[in-house]
Write a protein of this length. Structure first.
Length: 338
């Protein structure tokens, strides 16, 4: 099974600025057109079995209740873009049962929840079966959960080996960013990503880190101590960051103690301890949360049900692109017969 999970808010935003001047009968339709075109292209390239859309809502989330300044300073969406969101969601609901937007939660939380519903937990997965450098074709041939998003908050999902992010370079070229690519780029494990953000902060979400600790220092700390939870437990501090499994690894435990109690690191460790409340809050807000009452359908999507919508907006080129997808699906079925 292959699921294509689309960060709908991200794609709407990207599509709006890709086609800012497109109109039909005086109504702006650039975001609608760009959104559907991208979905068609991705389906044609990836041949997913399940199509999922996860979208933000305009209401404040559970994170705002904890930190009222969460994501302040972000530019307000333009009215011409906002007016196209409802039609886009109408089309999404026509072609798949898996359209999720829940008041109080972000699209990131929904994507996390959907993928948890569709796959085994990371503790049940065998990493040994995964090659370090897999080709795009090898990735496409096994069960996958392909996420189309540019949100780095979602990198914590790479604890699941089946998860890969789809990077669209142009209409013909795509690549994948998975666990191995993450580790090569950041020199961290995916389960250290939230700890990393807790140390350095995230200006885009108005989340504070520890003053004086940047990416390079944060990476060094985590490579030595394994996790912030382990650091606080060694320091006998009552902090719950939810990732204490590293205590079971004696080698990591010994290395962490050596680093923590090294006299030359005392100023750094003291700085972390003094900022424990900030770290706790940022860690909580940066961690993806499960959304209750989400039911994911494994029924196949049906792009044909969206044809009347395309006709309504006179998207003739998209109807032609749908024809390509239709022929691709026929070829896939014929291959399956053999």
């Amino acid at each position: 099974m292959k699921a294509l999970v689309i960060d709908t808010s991200y794609l709407i935003y990207r599509s709006y600025f890709a086609y800012p001047d497109l109109t039909y009968k005086g109504v702006h339709t650039g975001a609608i057109y760009g959104f559907i075109k991208t979905v068609f292209t991705l389906i044609n390239q990836l041949l997913p079995d399940i199509l999922v859309f996860a979208c933000d809502t305009p209401e404040k989330t559970w994170r705002h209740k904890i930190l009222p300044t969460y994501k302040t300073g972000r530019q307000e969406a333009e009215e011409q873009m906002i007016s196209q969101i409802e039609p886009i969601l109408q089309w999404c609901n026509l072609v798949t049962q898996n359209v999720f937007l829940v008041s109080g939660f972000e699209a990131d939380d929904l994507i996390w929840t959907v993928c948890n519903h569709l796959q085994k937990g990371p503790e049940n997965l065998d990493n040994s079966e995964l090659g370090i450098f897999e080709t795009s074709q090898e990735i496409l041939q096994r069960d996958q959960f392909l996420i189309f998003s540019a949100d780095r908050d979602l990198y914590q999902m790479l604890v699941f080996p089946q998860v890969n992010f789809v990077i669209q370079h142009n209409k013909k070229a795509i690549s994948f960013f998975g666990k191995n690519e993450f580790e090569l780029k950041f020199n961290l494990k995916p389960d250290q990503w939230v700890d990393f953000k807790s140390l350095v902060g995230d200006a885009s979400d108005s989340l504070k880190g520890v003053d004086g600790i940047g990416p390079k220092t944060a990476t060094k700390i985590l490579n030595e101590v394994g996790s912030l939870q382990l650091l606080f437990e060694i320091m006998n501090l009552s902090v719950n960051l939810g990732n204490s499994n590293t205590l079971k690894n004696e080698e990591i435990l010994a290395r962490a103690k050596t680093f923590i109690f090294d006299p030359k690191n005392q100023k750094l460790i003291s700085k972390i301890v003094l900022n424990v409340k900030t770290i706790e809050q940022t860690h909580l807000l940066a961690t993806l949360q499960s959304v209750p009452d989400i039911q994911v359908s494994k029924n196949p999507f049906d792009l044909e049900k969206g044809v009347p919508f395309l006709e309504k907006y006179n998207f003739q080129s998209l109807q032609k692109l749908l024809e390509i997808n239709r022929n691709q699906s026929i070829d896939k079925e014929q291959i399956a017969l053999f």
